[in-house]
Design a protein around this ligand. Structure first.
Ligand code: PDD
Length: 279
């Protein structure tokens, strides 16, 4: 398949990333994952806007217009004939002799934009049956609102989940549930959908933003407030959301059954509403 480097669409073997790219050495960059449904990029503008917002928060100048980036990525999806899949895109602060401080403007170091596509089906059986999760301490930094390349704590938490035969690790700071290692986390209690406020401790997921709208339009109470591990254990329903997982029911947390052990009613309703959005 083809990939994007800078403002060009190239064959993958023709693309070389420098050994001293700051993304590689420092995780000095930002990224996005966008879903492709039936050849169309879902909530693309929201993802590109968030990429630029993340870049701005780390003082990274992407030096490309969002409109040009959008066009390039749309062309890539067409060229690779992706029907159902995803696009991964990232921007790093570029290649320069390794030193922590930013490259000097005079060095003319440019941000490096790359993107490629994956063909992946929707996780149909997991969406139908639900998944299991563990809980883990949230050991990340205090700017989780930035979609940064530094994912080591997320990687460690996800591996802990995988080692336990689970799909996701739901993170908490001293008992306050923040989000999943690569998803947002929610409980349903007495008919209310409850999730952590979109502050600096979580990533404000695009799927989460879609959900806020769906809840509003359909009279489902959506409450952004802190909740605790014990609320997670006593929830009527638990689910997570992300670009790749959509609205994913969680039927067990730390080995303990949620509700009656099957995806809950409100979770099902939200899945239905989400499904209608992507078709
Ligand atoms: N992860 N929180 C974290 C820490 C995430 O990494 C993600 C997404 C989300 C959900 O965001 P969205 O709905 O915009 O996908 C929340 C992506 C999919 C990933 O890293 O693969």
């Amino acid at each position: 398949g083809k990939i994007i480097l800078g403002d060009q669409i190239l064959d993958r073997p023709d693309v070389h990333i420098d050994l001293e790219d700051r993304g590689y050495q420092f995780g000095d960059g930002v990224y996005e994952v966008i879903r492709v449904y039936g050849g169309k990029l879902f909530t693309m503008k929201e993802h590109i806007d968030r990429l630029f917002a993340s870049a701005k928060k780390i003082k990274l100048d992407i030096s490309m217009a969002p409109e040009q980036m959008q066009k390039l990525v749309e062309d890539l999806v067409k060229e690779n004939k992706v029907d159902f899949g995803s696009v991964y895109m990232q921007v790093t602060r570029g290649a320069a002799p390794r030193t922590h401080m930013f490259p000097k403007p005079a060095s003319n170091t440019k941000a490096v934009f790359t993107a490629y596509t994956n063909v992946v089906p929707r996780p149909a059986s997991q969406l139908e049956n639900g998944v299991e999760a563990i809980t883990a301490e949230d050991i990340r930094w205090l700017r989780c609102d930035i979609k940064s390349l530094n994912l080591l704590p997320n990687v460690l938490a996800k591996q802990e989940a995988a080692d336990a035969g689970c799909f996701e690790a739901i993170l908490h700071r001293s008992g306050i549930v923040t989000e999943g290692s690569s998803s947002n986390a929610y409980i349903v209690k007495n008919g209310e959908v409850i999730t952590h406020p979109a502050d600096h401790l979580i990533l404000n997921g695009i799927t989460r933003q879609v959900l806020v709208k769906l809840c509003k339009e359909n009279g489902i109470p959506f409450v952004e407030k802190e909740f605790e591990l014990k609320d997670l254990q006593n929830a009527d329903e638990v689910f997570i959301t992300s670009t790749t997982s959509e609205v994913m029911p969680v039927i067990k947390v730390d080995g303990k059954t949620v509700g009656d052990g099957t995806p809950g009613k409100i979770t099902r309703k939200l899945q239905e509403l989400f499904e209608a959005k992507i078709n």
